[in-house]
Ligand binder design. Structure first.
Ligand SMILES: *[C@@H]1O[C@H](CO)[C@@H](O)[C@H](O)[C@H]1NC(C)=O
Length: 279
């Protein structure tokens, strides 16, 4: 009886340690080997969109003009009131090393498309929006947008992703995390996605404007990381090529799968939307 007890208990203790380790590492991702905090003073254009009332990290964005942030549309989906939200640059606590702004308006690609000729909106892919801050000029240096780059279309390209997400609901990192990933081909991506259980995309035909990225060890974005910038290569850059829109399997679940993929929306197809709305 005692022996059986020991056999049953041992794997459970190991499982507990594993869970504790993965949960103690803030994001982006779940793998300490491939994720690091951004160095102080770098990537100052990266914003945390925070719900001040709930104290939660909603998503990550990039300052791309004097007062506009680019992020995912699902970030503020369903929110009509923006009064308790803020965009934070720098560090989430303390007085000196951060800049905090209110958000005065949001415009999703879907909204813009309604009033624009020759525009079609797709719910799955076109997860992009622009937030206007409540000041005319943040005084911070904005990132530029790399509309002309083919980097995200080429399999094997190395990219950096930055996210300000939380590993689990009660832990919020003070600065964003960065990780590197590699772009894989559409074919490889669709193959991986088909093998996932449960499947995460009903339609595994990836549109050309969506890139697929993976890493080894696995990087695992969660709530708060989405909308974050995708940058060229593994070095410090301030040219945003895409935004992180989704991961498969489904968001916000801590279920590991080696075939997991991260989906990126290429900004090259959104030049009109972005330029028209950030002047
Ligand atoms: C904003 O926060 C205040 C204080 O918690 C609350 O009373 C108010 O209802 C909130 N507004 C919205 C739109 O959620």
């Amino acid at each position: 009886m005692g022996r059986l007890h020991r056999i049953v208990q041992q794997p459970m203790i190991m499982w507990g340690v594993l869970v504790a380790l993965t949960r103690s590492e803030p994001l982006i991702g779940e793998n300490p080997g491939s994720i690091s905090r951004v160095r102080s003073g770098s990537f100052k254009f990266v914003a945390l969109i925070r719900d001040n009332e709930k104290g939660s990290h909603l998503c990550t964005g990039s300052l791309i003009s004097k007062n506009h942030i680019l992020t995912s549309a699902s970030c503020l989906e369903g929110r009509k009131e923006l009064e308790n939200l803020s965009a934070i640059f720098g560090i989430t606590v303390g007085r000196t090393a951060r800049s905090v702004f209110g958000i005065s308006s949001k415009l999703t690609y879907q909204d813009w498309c309604r009033n624009s000729v020759s525009c079609t909106w797709d719910k799955f892919t076109d997860d992009i929006s622009i937030l206007q801050l409540d000041v005319a000029d943040t005084g911070l240096r904005a990132a530029s947008v790399g509309y002309q780059s083919d980097h995200l279309k080429n399999s094997g390209s190395k990219i950096t992703v930055i996210g300000w997400g939380s590993t689990y609901k009660l832990f919020h990192p003070l600065v964003p995390r960065r990780a590197t990933m590699n772009i894989i081909s559409k074919q490889e991506c669709e193959q991986r996605v088909r093998s996932l259980v449960p499947p995460c995309l009903a339609d595994v035909q990836l549109p050309n404007k969506v890139s697929c990225a993976v890493s080894d060890p696995m990087v695992f974005p969660v709530e708060g990381d989405f909308g974050g910038p995708i940058l060229y290569g593994g070095h410090d850059h301030a040219t945003v090529l895409g935004i992180l829109i989704q991961r498969c399997p489904i968001r916000n679940k801590h279920d590991f799968d080696k075939n997991q993929v991260n989906l990126i929306l290429q900004l090259s197809t959104f030049q009109d939307f972005i330029e028209d709305n950030t002047r």
